[in-house]
Every structure is written in structure tokens, then in C-alpha cells.
Write a protein that binds this ligand. Structure first.
Ligand SMILES: *[C@@H]1O[C@H](CO)[C@@H](O)[C@H](O)[C@H]1NC(C)=O
Ligand SMILES: *[C@@H]1O[C@H](CO)[C@@H](O)[C@H](O)[C@H]1NC(C)=O
Ligand SMILES: *[C@@H]1O[C@H](CO)[C@@H](O)[C@H](O)[C@H]1NC(C)=O
Ligand SMILES: *[C@@H]1O[C@H](CO)[C@@H](O)[C@H](O)[C@H]1NC(C)=O
Ligand SMILES: *[C@@H]1O[C@H](CO)[C@@H](O)[C@H](O)[C@H]1NC(C)=O
Ligand SMILES: *[C@@H]1O[C@H](CO)[C@@H](O)[C@H](O)[C@H]1NC(C)=O
Length: 680
């Protein structure tokens, strides 16, 4: 069984790490294995349409308060051996209440749970309506469980999934009691090792009471764990729409839109009479008017055409950004019987790029955005609709048009929000600080991208795939490894460019040649030359130029910034103060403006949108404080400066209009000093 192999491997790793000679042997073994990385196929995911109600589908959520047990760290498989899933968890162990969705770490007051390494258990009971028993299927779907999940329904193992931040589902039709009570049990394992995505290390260390298990990782955010997103039960007909793939483009000077669709149906009818099914696709405008209508052939793929199309535009690039059509897909049997109906929002746009420019609908993009985290007080990485809505309001307030889902896929709900608000997404897989490239890791890395592309390919907001953050691309084998990863991603979706946020010096990097766009992270005046505001501008210009010279591709700066303790004011600017963050930004703006004249420089992304939690460290005061907003989502001083820049850029690059409150009235002392929005 998979878990056993994992745990055995983990034990081996613990051993290896505690015995120096074995460490060496392990290292040599890894190195040898690493030298012969092969490009093997990975299993592809199926289904995974976001659960939506329709005349043929019902959706129920299992969100709420579940029962929870923390396993003994030194005995992570005990629950499996003792069959905790066979009955209520409370029969095996005392349980505590645990909200779903949420990270479990910060819910209680216990250090042991916050820092727990290994498995935890959840269960709850629920009723399934009697009406669901008839002629349909029932599916169980998790938006995300970090990191690895085992799920039992009424005591039967129904699905296992490894990888945080990505959905998984399984059919449970035959395991449910209809019109009666059911029990779902979930075991979640947060341990990260050298072959997980992201990577971590498990070791044993002596403590005051004996030995303890230590989870370490190099990435700079807290390894929150648990059932992070919603749990749904939903029904489909026996024969149902399983997958939908949409590609759009615009022609005739953006006046005609095309929606290329491909539908995959699953179920009994397909097998018997494959070529008798057909679909009717109806495209409605935002106002609800039918604008295009087509009957598919039996292959269930084809194209819709829209005259006088309203293209999907990013925020501030157009007066009506985020325009979405509604696509209604109706699946019919040959006898005209309606089998299934699924609806999704579709934005029509074209992306194109070459070695200097990235265009949307034929217009060059200049990104002004953020790196972010899914992170909040108490709930950790748990989905929170109030927080998500506030975050989008802040993004629009500050005039940003983009963010990167650093350093893992964000919630499907937030992707839908981005579509609607016209926020462009650089969509990143969970590979962060990737190193020690090996065969198993490659397979999982590719799988994470397969799951990501599969989940997000229909979102107009997704304009780029990021295949890694700060990978050690100077290492041996980075070349082969990233060629495999980039080629694989391109084979999954050729309509979007591929990037990675790279932090090694351009001279060391081996991965950039496989990317379409180069993103780089650099902390001048922070991690290097700390406090030196006079050592920023020239260095940023030189580094961006070096990347462009090396690869002849568009370049963007994906991270820059400075930790800033809210409320700390020091004049002249000194590290950690609000004045310093403001000054660091301003020094970067000078570089960006010089670079913008070179055309191939296509964007600036601040690190970070908001303060967020990290592992404990003497460089972190209660977490990473590089937020432009506090963790409670209130602006620091630099937010006001950034807002003025982002709108000024919007005005210059995209001719957007400016908010009335962008500048504060100072004095009526003539045009040379007066600062209001008409000055720009
Ligand atoms: C746009 O879509 C139409 C219809 O699918 C197709 O014929 C055309 O080749 C596409 N054009 C581009 C530039 O992709
Ligand atoms: C495309 O549309 C724009 C705006 O309507 C117009 O100015 C331009 O002349 C058009 N170009 C072509 C090639 O039709
Ligand atoms: C239906 O789904 C199952 C399970 O995911 C898969 O094995 C099978 O190939 C699918 N059938 C068709 C016709 O797509
Ligand atoms: C890249 O695309 C831009 C915009 O279409 C164009 O102006 C430029 O000439 C192109 N560069 C190359 C090298 O093709
Ligand atoms: C861009 O690409 C074209 C075609 O591949 C190449 O000829 C050119 O040298 C590249 N660089 C620039 C700056 O145009
Ligand atoms: C990756 O793609 C490039 C360009 O299409 C191709 O030349 C190369 O052989 C591919 N590499 C692998 C390992 O598939």
C-alpha cells in the first residue's frame, strides 16, 4: 500500500539523516539516480468540473464543523492499523471540533497541533436525500487537502490523493446509504520529504524529553495543513459531461470571437452507442441574450462564432473589463432526450507573444501586480469568502491588473473572481525552491502541472503558467529536468506562455531557454546590501538586461520588496520602517521606467500583497512582513504610493481613468505644485 511505502521511505530517510555514513550513501545514490532522469508519462486527471447545479445536477456541501484527532507523531500509521475509519473517530480517540474548510494549525491554543508533523484524522456524518438513489451518480469532491489525503466513505477507502492546493474527486454512488446517515473519514498527512512537491526534510532530534520529529523546509511560508477548501457531494446523470475544454480567440480586428470547444462524456450510453450522442451549445451574453448556438457532431467538438464580440479585457485596460459570456452545454441522446446540462463562464480573448512583447487582444500587456499568499489569521490557508472578496476590492483599489499564485494553485473560487474582475493570473504549480532533481520528483512535478492546467485551462484570467518558484536552476541536471517540465506543460496547453520565477544569477541559470517569458526575483537593499537605497536602481536595470541578453525573451520582475513592521516610522528611512518600504519601491520604480523604454520589459510584481505567516525564524517577526497590506488587510504607507504608480501606469499605458481620491489636496498654489489627478 502506498502509505506504507511512503512511511517506510520516510523512516529510511530519518535513518539516513541521523547516520552520517548513510547520508553519504543516500547522497551518492540520489546523485546517480539524478544523472539518469527519464521523461516518463504521468497519469492524467479526469473530470474535475467545478460543481454547479443545473436542471440535471444537485450540489451539497459538507463544510462545517467536523470531528478531529491528531495522531501520535511517532506512530503516524496507528489509525490505519487500528482501523479508526471503521467507526466514529470518537470511538477510538477523544475528538475535538475542527472547522472545514480551514488549516487546523491555528485553531486551537496548542503548540503541539500548530507544529504537528504527520497524520491527522477528520470525520463527520451527513444524510443523503432518498431522491438521490435514482438513476444517477453521486460524486465526492475536495477542493484541496494539504498535503496527502486518504478518504473513507462508510468505512470503505474511496480515494487517495497526493498534492496540496488541487482538487480531487471520486464516485461514491454505490457506497452511500440513501435517506439515511453516512460517515466520511479523512486522514491527512502534512509531511514533506525530498520527493514531495514542495520538498521538505524530516529528521529526528533530541529534545528535553527524548527525541522528536522535525519537519524542515526552505520555502518561506508556513506549511499550513488540513482540509483547506470546500468538500462537495454532487450528482450527475448516469451519462454525463465529464470534461470541457475551451479555447478562444478573436479575429477581424477583435470584432469576431471564436470559442473552440471539446467535450468528453462518460457513462453507460457512451460505451453502447458512442456516435449517437450530441451536444447543443448555447452562448449567452452577460445580459442574457443568445448570441451563438450550435449543434455538435458526434465527436462533441467544434467551434462557436460570435459577431460584434465583447472581448475579455484586463482591469484598467478597457472600460468594461472581465466581460464574461455564459456557455450552456446540453447533452442529448439520439432520441432527443436531454441527458445533462452544465454551464460555465467564458471570456473571449487572444494571447500572443514573441521575443519582445506579450499581447492580449493584440494590445501589449504591462503587468502591475503582486506576489501573494493564501494566508490569514486563525484560518491559515482555509478558503474564506469574506477575505477573498476584500482582497479583490483591495487589488482594484490599488490599481493592480495581475498577480501570481505564488507558490501553489489558489482556490477555484478566486480564479472565478479573477475572471469576473479582469485580474490577470500567472498560475503557479506548488513547486517551490525545487532542488535535488530526481525521477520521482519529476513525475510529481509534471503531475502537479497536469492537474493545474486541467483545472484552470478554461479561465480567461489565466494568461501564463509558472512551472516553478526559485528552483535551483544552477544545479546539475536542472537543464534536463526543466526541459522535460516545460515541454510537458507546453504539450498540455500551447495557448499560454510558460514562465518560472528564477532567483539564481542569470549566468548560472540553465532553465530559462525552455521558457517563453523570464521572471526574476531579487531583493536589492534587503537580502543584499541591506538598507542601501543607493544600490537598487542600477542593479535592477542591469539584471533585467542581462536576462534579456542571455535568452532574448520578454522579462518581468516577479518579486522585490522589504519587510516592514506596520506602524514603525523612522526618518531618514531605516530597514523595517514604513518609510524604508516606500523608498525601496520608489527606487525600483525608477528602474522599471528606464526598462519600460526597452520594450521587452513587461511587468513589475511587488512581494507581497499582504503579511503572511512563516516558520519560526530570527529573521521573521511574527511572519514575513513584506506586505503592502497588513495581515488584517489594511494599507501600509507604501500602499498609497503604489496605488499612485499603478494608476499612473494605467493612465499612460492603457488610458484608464483615475479615481477621484488618488491624490490628496494639498494647497492651491499654482499648477507647478498642485497635485491632483488632472496633473498626470
Ligand atoms: C481563431 O479561431 C478560428 C475558429 O476556431 C480559427 O479558424 C482561426 O484559425 C483561429 N485563429 C488564430 C489566430 O488562432
Ligand atoms: C481596428 O479597429 C480600430 C478601432 O475600432 C480602428 O481604429 C482600426 O482602424 C481598425 N483596424 C483595422 C485593420 O481594421
Ligand atoms: C469514464 O471514466 C472512467 C473512470 O474515470 C474511465 O476509466 C473511463 O475510461 C471513462 N470512459 C470514457 C468512455 O471516457
Ligand atoms: C513582436 O510583436 C510586436 C507586436 O506585435 C511587434 O511589434 C514586433 O515586431 C515583434 N517582434 C518580432 C521580433 O517579431
Ligand atoms: C527575436 O526573434 C527573431 C525570430 O526568431 C530573431 O530573428 C531575433 O533576432 C530575435 N530578437 C530580436 C531582438 O528581435
Ligand atoms: C522540447 O521541445 C523542443 C522544442 O519543441 C524540442 O526541440 C525538444 O526536443 C524537446 N525536448 C524533449 C526532451 O522533449
Amino acid at each position: 500500500m502506498h502509505l506504507k511505502i511512503r512511511l517506510t521511505r520516510r523512516k529510511l530517510e530519518i535513518w539516513a539523516l541521523s547516520l552520517t555514513s548513510l547520508v553519504f550513501a543516500f547522497y551518492i545514490l540520489n546523485l546517480t539516480l539524478a544523472l539518469i532522469i527519464l521523461n516518463k508519462d504521468v497519469q492524467t486527471s479526469r473530470g474535475m468540473l467545478y460543481p454547479r447545479e443545473s436542471e440535471t445536477r444537485e450540489v451539497r456541501t459538507l463544510d462545517g464543523i467536523w470531528n478531529f484527532v491528531r495522531s501520535d507523531e511517532s506512530n503516524p500509521t496507528q489509525g490505519i492499523r487500528d482501523g479508526w475509519f471503521k467507526d466514529d473517530l470518537s470511538k477510538s480517540r477523544p475528538t475535538i471540533p475542527m472547522p472545514v474548510p480551514a488549516s487546523y494549525n491555528d485553531i486551537t491554543t496548542e503548540q503541539a497541533l500548530r507544529d504537528h508533523v504527520g497524520t491527522v484524522w477528520y470525520d463527520r456524518k451527513f444524510f443523503v436525500p432518498r431522491s438521490w438513489a435514482h438513476e444517477q451518480r453521486v460524486w465526492l469532491r475536495f477542493g484541496s487537502v494539504h498535503y496527502e489525503a486518504f478518504v473513507w466513505m462508510n468505512g470503505q477507502l474511496v480515494v487517495k490523493h497526493e498534492m496540496g492546493h488541487l482538487p480531487f474527486e471520486t464516485e461514491v454512488t454505490h457506497l452511500l446509504q440513501y435517506g439515511a446517515e453516512n460517515r466520511i473519514t479523512v486522514m491527512c498527512d502534512n509531511a514533506l520529504i525530498q520527493t514531495t512537491v514542495p520538498q521538505g526534510k524530516i529528521s529526528e532530534m533530541a529534545n528535553d524529553g527524548g527525541v522528536t520529529i522535525i519537519q524542515s523546509y526552505t520555502f518561506d511560508f508556513f506549511n499550513y495543513a488540513g482540509i483547506h477548501r470546500s468538500v462537495h457531494l454532487y450528482t450527475t446523470p448516469k451519462t454525463f459531461i465529464e470534461q470541457v475544454d475551451i479555447k478562444t480567440n478573436l479575429t477581424n480586428n477583435n470584432s469576431v470571437g471564436h470559442v473552440d470547444y471539446s467535450i468528453i462524456v462518460n457513462g453507460s450510453a457512451t460505451n453502447e452507442a458512442d456516435n449517437t450522442l450530441y451536444a447543443r451549445l448555447l452562448l449567452y451574453s452577460r445580459e442574457g441574450d443568445l448570441v451563438s448556438n450550435v449543434r455538435s457532431d458526434s465527436k462533441l467538438l467544434g467551434s462557436l462564432q460570435v459577431e460584434n464580440v465583447n472581448p475579455w479585457w484586463p482591469y484598467l485596460m478597457h472600460s468594461d473589463p472581465g466581460y464574461l459570456y455564459k456557455l450552456e452545454i446540453k447533452l442529448y441522446a439520439a432520441n432527443e432526450q436531454l441527458l445533462d446540462v452544465y454551464r460555465l463562464n467564458v471570456g473571449l480573448r487572444t494571447l500572443s507573444w514573441n521575443n519582445t512583447t506579450f499581447l492580449i487582444n493584440g494590445k501589449p500587456i504591462y503587468f502591475r501586480g503582486f506576489g501573494r499568499h493564501e494566508d490569514a489569521d486563525v484560518r491559515g490557508k482555509g478558503l474564506d469568502n469574506a477575505l477573498m472578496t476584500r482582497d479583490f476590492n483591495l487589488l482594484k483599489w490599488i490599481g493592480a491588473n495581475a498577480y501570481r499564485t505564488s507558490h501553489y494553485p489558489y482556490s477555484e473560487e478566486s480564479m472565478q473572481f479573477a475572471d469576473r474582475h479582469g485580474i490577470m493570473i500567472i498560475d503557479e504549480c506548488p513547486s517551490v525552491d525545487t532542488e535535488n532533481f530526481n525521477q520521482v520528483l519529476l513525475g510529481k512535478h509534471k503531475s502537479s502541472l497536469e492537474q493545474l492546467v486541467h483545472r484552470d485551462r478554461n479561465h480567461p484570467s489565466v494568461v501564463m503558467w509558472s512551472i516553478a518558484n526559485e528552483p535551483r536552476t544552477g544545479q546539475l541536471n536542472a537543464d534536463t529536468y526543466f526541459q522535460f517540465v516545460a515541454n510537458y506543460t507546453r504539450s498540455l496547453d500551447g495557448t499560454r506562455p510558460i514562465t518560472a520565477a528564477i532567483a539564481v544569477p542569470s549566468t548560472d541559470d540553465k532553465a530559462g531557454r525552455y521558457l517563453d517569458i523570464i521572471s526574476f526575483n531579487r531583493y536589492n537593499a534587503w537580502y543584499s546590501n541591506t538598507g542601501r537605497l543607493d544600490m537598487v536602481t542600477k542593479r535592477v536595470i542591469e539584471e533585467a538586461t542581462a536576462w534579456n541578453k542571455k535568452y532574448d525573451k520578454p522579462v518581468l520582475m516577479a518579486e522585490y520588496g522589504a519587510d516592514t513592521l506596520e506602524g514603525l516610522h523612522l526618518q531618514p528611512a531605516f530597514v523595517w520602517s514604513e518609510e524604508f518600504q516606500t523608498a525601496v519601491f520608489s527606487q525600483h520604480f525608477k528602474a522599471f521606467d528606464a526598462l519600460r523604454r526597452k520594450k521587452w520589459f513587461i511587468g513589475e510584481f511587488v512581494w507581497n500583497f499582504a503579511d503572511f505567516k512563516t516558520a519560526q525564524s530570527y529573521t521573521r517577526v511574527g511572519g514575513n512582513k513584506k506586505g503592502v497590506f497588513t495581515r488584517a488587510r489594511q494599507p501600509k504607507a507604501a500602499a498609497h504610493l503604489l496605488r499612485q504608480r499603478y494608476f499612473a501606469l494605467g493612465r499612460e499605458v492603457d488610458q484608464c481613468s483615475l479615481p477621484d481620491d488618488l491624490f490628496t489636496y494639498i494647497a492651491d498654489v499654482g499648477n507647478s505644485v498642485k497635485h491632483d489627478s488632472s496633473d498626470l
